[in-house]
Design a protein. Structure first.
Length: 259
């Protein structure tokens, strides 16, 4: 038994392309619909009610209208705030939530000084706090990076470099591990490395993609059609030129050999 229905991927912007890369690598035969909610980006500064309401609207489009067989929340803030509510509403559709890869530090380099970077919404969420204190290594700095996802989303390169220098410069030479707690942040790894030096980066894109593969396999929902899957990109902006720019950047990042 297999399913040719697509997998829906939801993000507040194009940052979820970092999840999309891993999902496509592990499940190349699947079709995907990626929804970039750039008109409401960033989610990290919005209230829980706003985030949940917007995620319900997007989930309705992807699951009820477009027939997606699974929903991947490729946004840490949406995962922290809306995953439970979405699972209650869509009991028959697997909903996958990403989380900051703090446990990976615990497993691979627990003694190293760790910097956790995330949006304010993620940092303040109960879900993240449970994860954080469960694996806390007493050698961690936690930073709510207000505005960082926006700079990456809008490709404001010079402002991004200044932001990272001002925010991360004091940690230069002190940090071994950097947890990227927003799916936008891996796009800026090269710029972060220029400030911090040679550090180990951890993000949740591989973990959520593996869970997607495992659950689709378990539920016999894999697309085994034998051909390379397709990706449909949708952006919420009403501006046609903006939509085009977002789509071009999304596929440019998706097809980069390294990230």
């Amino acid at each position: 038994m297999s399913s040719s229905r697509p997998v829906g991927v939801l993000d507040s912007g194009i940052g979820g392309v970092t999840v999309m890369r891993e999902a496509q690598r592990l499940l190349p035969n699947e079709d995907y619909i990626f929804f970039s909610d750039s008109v409401n980006n960033p989610y990290g500064d919005k209230s829980d009610e706003e985030i949940i309401s917007r995620c319900f609207e997007i989930a309705h489009l992807l699951i009820d209208v477009r027939g997606c067989k699974a929903l991947v929340l490729a946004c840490n803030t949406a995962s922290a705030k809306a995953a439970d509510a979405l699972r209650k509403k869509y009991k028959d559709t697997p909903v996958f939530a990403i989380e900051p890869a703090y446990k990976m530090v615990h497993d691979l380099n627990p003694e190293g000084f760790t910097l956790v970077l995330a949006t304010r919404g993620t940092v303040n969420s109960e879900k993240f706090r449970r994860l954080y204190y469960r694996y806390y290594n007493h050698n961690t700095a936690l930073l709510a990076c207000v505005g960082l996802a926006d700079l990456i989303e809008q490709d404001r390169a010079e402002e991004l470099k200044k932001y990272l220098e001002d925010t991360l410069g004091k940690y230069r030479g002190r940090v071994q591990n950097v947890v990227l707690g927003c799916t936008h942040y891996p796009i800026a790894k090269a710029d972060m490395r220029e400030v911090l030096g040679d550090v180990n980066f951890f993000d949740g894109s591989l973990g959520i993609s593996k869970r997607l593969r495992d659950i689709l396999t378990e539920k016999e929902l894999l697309n085994d059609g034998g051909k390379q899957g397709e990706i449909i990109f949708i952006d919420s902006s009403p501006d046609k030129e903006m939509k085009k720019q977002k789509e071009e950047r999304f596929f440019s990042i998706l097809n980069e050999e390294t990230l």
